[in-house]
Design a protein around this ligand. Structure first.
Ligand code: SF4
Length: 63
C-alpha cells in the first residue's frame, strides 16, 4: 500500500499520528507528513484506520 497526505486539506489534528506513529509524523514545520510512502504489511491496518479516522479525508492510499 502507498500512502500520502494532502497537506492543503490536512488540519493538523494529530489523529493519524496517534493511531500510527510509525507512519505519520509532524515535520519540522509542524505539518503532518509520512515517514514512509510504501507501507509494510504489518502497518496496513493501522494506516487504514488512520485514513478512516481522518476528519477531512486528507490521507490518500492506493494498492
Ligand atoms: S488525521 Fe487527517 S487532518 Fe488530522 S493530522 Fe492526520 S492527515 Fe491531518
Amino acid at each position: 500500500m502507498k500512502v500520502k497526505i494532502d497537506k492543503d486539506t490536512c488540519i493538523r489534528c494529530g489523529a493519524c499520528q496517534a493511531l500510527c506513529p510509525d507512519v505519520f509524523e509532524y515535520d519540522d514545520d509542524g505539518i503532518m507528513d509520512v515517514k514512509v510512502t510504501d507501507v509494510s504489511d504489518d502497518l496496513v491496518e493501522d494506516v487504514t484506520d488512520a485514513k478512516d479516522g481522518c476528519p477531512v479525508d486528507a490521507i490518500k492510499t492506493e494498492e
